[in-house]
Design a binder for this molecule. Structure first.
Ligand SMILES: Cc1cc2nc3c(=O)[nH]c(=O)nc-3n(C[C@H](O)[C@H](O)[C@H](O)COP(=O)(O)OP(=O)(O)OC[C@H]3O[C@@H](n4cnc5c(N)ncnc54)[C@H](O)[C@@H]3O)c2cc1C
Length: 394
């Protein structure tokens, strides 16, 4: 026998913290979050924090829009600072993707998402230094931008604590405890146990390892994502996040005039099969990122590379999350957000609460599409109007 709780959440990334807060808010009983290291220590802490609604899958576009509304109003509504900066989000596609792009924008507008099509020369007003001749079509989300993932996880943590959520940091769950086909708790590295009838695993890239001993395959792999920080060498001022679907690169301007540059090219992923996520950046990444940047911003010939780091995306076969029940009664998953989960995080807690209320059924089609069984059913969650090179992350 161990300590008792009503619900155990494994993992204190932004998802675990969001879920714990939402369950406490809805009075689900004693919620305990067990985290192997520290709050937001894995993907959440490495995240670029970009907020956009530009998705090709309607349910994700809608969730991103609901998430955006939460980020915008977090300070006024909850009194928490999540570092939201509504600097806008500018995205551009080449001729091959123009038709799909226009279809996606029409779908997003039908969902009341604030996004406008733009011709490339019009976008020059937003990013005067940008070379736009290889874009065929662009779009702008005026309320998109960025928020701070660590501050956001901290906000969920603090709000949850005020409602009675307990956090235990510093040692991993080593085993999910079951009796027959139902979960009864978790065992920690020191042999201590937490017992509960409901366990929600939000352990990012480590999620499959917890399910393997139960014979449940959770197809999540770690994919390295490298980022670099540059000083453009000119004063760019306050500019929107840009997403370049031609060269598969994105950038966010920081308040101090530097830029964080990331890669959205997933055609040749670097999988990390063992051990922790690598930390630094490779010369190859830096060289290719700078080449793309110089093409997009030729005026930045005096740009300086300031440094870089890596994080790991928690990737499923369709680059979309797994949210909902597992084959074991009482055991749930919220993981595999595949490099785009931060913006959805405010919605994941309430969604998980609805799923718990519904027992082992899905309460709505919106959550059903994230079921684990879709992989063995070969019913992947895919964009109707996918882009040629950018793949499924949009
Ligand atoms: C480099 C990078 C850039 C990104 N940029 C964006 C972006 O711009 N916009 C966006 O929307 N999304 C972005 N993402 C994706 C987003 O950050 C993630 O989808 C999101 O943070 C996932 O949160 P999580 O809580 O599921 O996972 P994590 O943050 O990985 O949290 C999982 C937690 O579980 C803990 N854990 C693991 N195993 C155990 C165990 N056995 N016992 C106890 N605890 C355990 C870990 O220590 C960790 O704290 C990015 C991700 C990366 C890596």
């Amino acid at each position: 026998m161990g300590q008792l709780a009503d619900i155990i959440v494994v993992g204190a990334g932004v998802m675990g913290a969001s879920i714990a807060h939402a369950l406490a808010e809805r009075q689900f009983g004693q919620v305990v979050v067990v985290e192997q290291t520290a709050l937001a220590a894995a993907a959440t802490g490495q995240s670029s924090g970009v907020l956009r609604c530009h998705y090709g899958i309607p349910v994700l576009a809608k969730m991103a829009n609901q998430g955006l509304s939460w980020f915008k109003h977090a300070k006024a509504q909850y009194g928490v600072d999540v570092g939201y900066r509504g600097i806008g989000y500018l995205v551009g596609a080449g001729p091959d993707d123009e038709e799909a792009f226009r279809s996606n924008i029409a779908m997003q507008q039908a969902l009341n998402i604030r996004t406008n099509l733009m011709l490339p020369h019009e976008a020059k007003e937003l990013w005067p230094d940008m070379e736009v001749s290889d874009f065929a079509i662009m779009a702008y989300e005026p309320e998109g931008g960025v928020a701070d993932p660590t501050l956001t996880a901290t906000a969920f943590y603090e709000m949850g604590k005020q409602l009675g959520v307990r956090y235990q940091f510093g040692q991993p769950v080593t085993q999910l405890l079951t009796q027959g086909d139902r979960v009864i708790g978790v065992e920690m590295a020191d042999g201590s146990r937490w017992m509960a009838n409901v366990v929600i695993v939000a352990a990012g890239t480590n999620t499959p390892g917890l399910f393997d001993p139960l014979g449940i395959e959770v197809p999540i792999r770690a994919q390295r994502a490298q980022l670099m920080l540059i000083n453009p060498g000119v004063n760019v001022g306050k500019r929107p996040v840009f997403s370049d679907l031609v060269q598969l690169q994105y950038g966010r301007s920081e308040v101090n005039g530097t830029l964080l540059i990331g890669n959205s090219d997933h055609r040749d992923p670097e999988w990390v099969s063992k051990g922790p996520c690598p930390q630094g950046v490779t010369d190859d990444f830096v060289q290719r990122a700078i080449e793309r940047l110089m093409h997009r911003f030729p005026r930045w010939e005096g740009a300086q590379f300031l440094g870089g780091y890596s994080g790991c995306y928690e990737v499923t076969p369709d680059y979309n999350p797994i949210i909902g029940p597992s084959p074991n009664s009482g055991l749930y998953i919220a993981a595999g957000f595949s490099g785009h989960g931060f913006k959805l995080s405010p919605v994941i807690g309430p969604m998980m609460a609805e799923i718990l209320n519904a027992g082992n059924r899905y309460p709505s089609l919106e959550s059903y599409v994230f079921r684990l069984s879709r992989f063995e059913e070969h019913d992947l969650l895919k964009s109707q109007y996918a882009y040629g090179k950018a793949g499924q992350m949009r």
